[in-house]
Design a binder for this molecule. Sequence first.
Ligand code: PLP
Length: 390
Amino acid sequence: MSDLTHTHFIPYGRQDISEADVEAVVEVLRSDLITQGLAVPQFEQAVVDYCGAHHGVATSSATAALHVACAALDLGPGDWLWTSPNTFVASANAARYCGASVDFVDIDSRTYNMSVEALAEKLAVAEHEGKLPKIVMPVHFGGQSCDMAAIHRLSERYGFCIIEDASHAIGGRYQDKPVGNCRYSHVAVFSFHPVKIITTGEGGMAVTNDAELAGRMSRLRSHGITRDPALMVGDPDGPWDYQQIELGSHYRMTDIQAALGLSQMQRLDEFVTNRRAIAAHYDEELAFLPVTTPHQRSDQRSAYHLYPIQVGDATTRREVFQSLRDAGIGVNVHYIPVHTQPDYEQFGFGWGDYPEAEAFYRRAISLPMFPRLSGGEQQHVIAEIGRVLE
Ligand SMILES: *Cc1c(COP(=O)(O)O)cnc(C)c1O
């Protein structure tokens, strides 16, 4: 079977670009406006319509969206943001861009998401010490939503804001509603990097139900400039007038990117359906092997950005990882706990601080997971895992 004699490299994730996607981009390239035309607001509308939020602010990356979300919630020096150690560094860095301090809440050993019990315990201690966070940023690891209702209940008691890092989770559902509806949060952020669920090349979006917050995030995306007379200091000098009323960044998305995103939105459900079918097949086949497959809560419908398995111990992980790479399978590891990064040492963090996230990391391998992963490729991955663990 040629299917089982792969000579090509199977990545862990990759974009799915159709001819319609290409045409949508080319159409913008042939138009008058390749940036700040109609495609960005159309893409924002398509995303908020899909997830049931009211406002969308498209940005040059999810990192940029996390930054403007933190800034729009007035995060600054002296404030704390808490997030999960089991995430990409961008989640935590967003707070540091604002001059705020970062702390972490350990993960649940089954879902690998922020543990609600650990959060509740840490909040009780922080209240005692007068160090409550201004923002808590749960991360929907792998595409499965955190327990947002429970985190929201804690926010009512302790008065923090919630930004969902939903970079992995567009197209996923929680309590039978789309992730990103912001019922339990101030802002949710999506990433459109090519390995994520839909892509704009590079790109991200912050969605919210709060009009004022949306306005501020959109202003912070573009230098802190406003053209709204109501927000200006004094009367406008003329119809040309704009004012910088606070310091923002240049984080805008181009129409070229937004056209790709808008076109990709049409296949979002198809992408997630394919990812879920691939996950179901992994679940079935790997059940016979000594690996832990990702646990799914019953109130969730994961978008399956990742398919993380856990194997034996740290030594087994190293062997399995290397053997799969040698067999042309682009396995990866998500995530090296953020608090163990050298740049976080200066804040006093180190190995041992978040045992669950570290234990997960040591045994984790992310298997190839993308909509066009073929049946043959998936069989090859499963067969190789079986061979190595034999
Ligand atoms: C990819 C990712 C980001 C950053 O996304 P960019 O669009 O590359 O800036 C942030 N958080 C998480 C959890 C991610 O996976």
